[in-house]
Write a protein that binds this ligand. Structure first.
Ligand SMILES: [Fe+2]
Ligand SMILES: [Fe+2]
Length: 255
């Protein structure tokens, strides 16, 4: 049985609030014995303004004994993300940050759906080719989870749907040829949600920093779009069993 903790949208800035909410979630994950979690994945919007000082804080906040994989979102800056957070040498300026975790019994491919300067998402040809390569290098029967920041489908939250991942027919076509993909993980929507994409589960992590208001929820509080302190930070646990079936649990953590 494989267990993956999935959080998203920590939006670290210079305020104590963003750090406190992330610290609560990470302390909760650290209370779990080493070896019980196969990975911790954070699907983007890591630094609120993509600043070097924010990534320095993130580096401390996301320190964990579990295997960790992080991808950029629309609030991140690829080059700063790569250099400060990943400690990786600068590649071609502006190149997408695509990473893979090959673990015992599964593969987690985390792609970069961000588009520099925009809030909406798109998987560049380079990223799709990288994903094909990851799948080519994965033995048959090993499940592959594919993650990125932007959901490649509408979630019926107009504010989010307007800045979702576009050009998704290319990913759908790829998925149709690749039975090894068992599910998709994303963030960006700041709400715990489950749907499907290209016939596979699409599991959306809630936002650590805030929670999106659904169109049928009464608007209240200072923000029109999100609940801030009214809702606790949350995360998801994805469980992949020996039959290749994916089960997701959602958890809230007190600040
Ligand atoms: Fe976000
Ligand atoms: Fe986002």
């Amino acid at each position: 049985m494989i267990v993956i903790a999935h959080l998203s949208d920590i939006h670290i800035d210079s305020s104590p609030r963003s750090a406190e909410r992330t610290r609560s979630v990470m302390a909760y994950l650290e209370s779990i014995d080493a070896g019980r979690l196969d990975a911790v994945v954070v699907t983007g919007d890591i630094a609120d303004h993509g600043l070097e000082s924010e990534y320095v804080r993130v580096r401390e906040l996301l320190r964990t004994r579990h295997p960790l994989l992080v991808c950029p979102g629309n609030h991140d800056r690829r080059d700063v993300f790569r250099e400060v957070l990943l400690g990786a040498p600068p590649e071609r300026a502006g190149a997408p940050v695509n990473q893979v975790l090959r673990a015992d019994g599964f593969v987690l491919a985390l792609g970069d759906s961000s588009v520099p300067g925009k809030d909406e998402g798109f998987l560049e040809e380079e990223t799709l080719a990288w994903l094909e390569g990851v799948l080519d290098d994965t033995p048959e029967g090993v499940p592959v989870l594919v993650g990125f920041h932007h959901p490649p489908t509408a979630l019926h939250i107009p504010f989010v749907d307007g800045i979702r991942q576009f050009g998704e027919h290319r990913l759908a076509e790829l998925t149709g040829r690749r039975p090894g993909i068992v599910g998709f993980l994303c963030g960006h929507a700041h709400t715990a949600a489950a749907t499907s994409f290209a016939g596979r589960p699409l599991l959306v992590a809630p936002g650590v920093i805030s929670t999106s208001k659904l169109p049928w929820e009464p608007y209240g509080g200072p923000s029109q779009h999100v609940y801030r302190d009214e809702m606790a930070p949350s995360l998801a646990f994805h469980v992949l069993d020996d039959e290749g079936r994916l089960t997701t649990h959602y958890r809230s953590v007190p600040v």
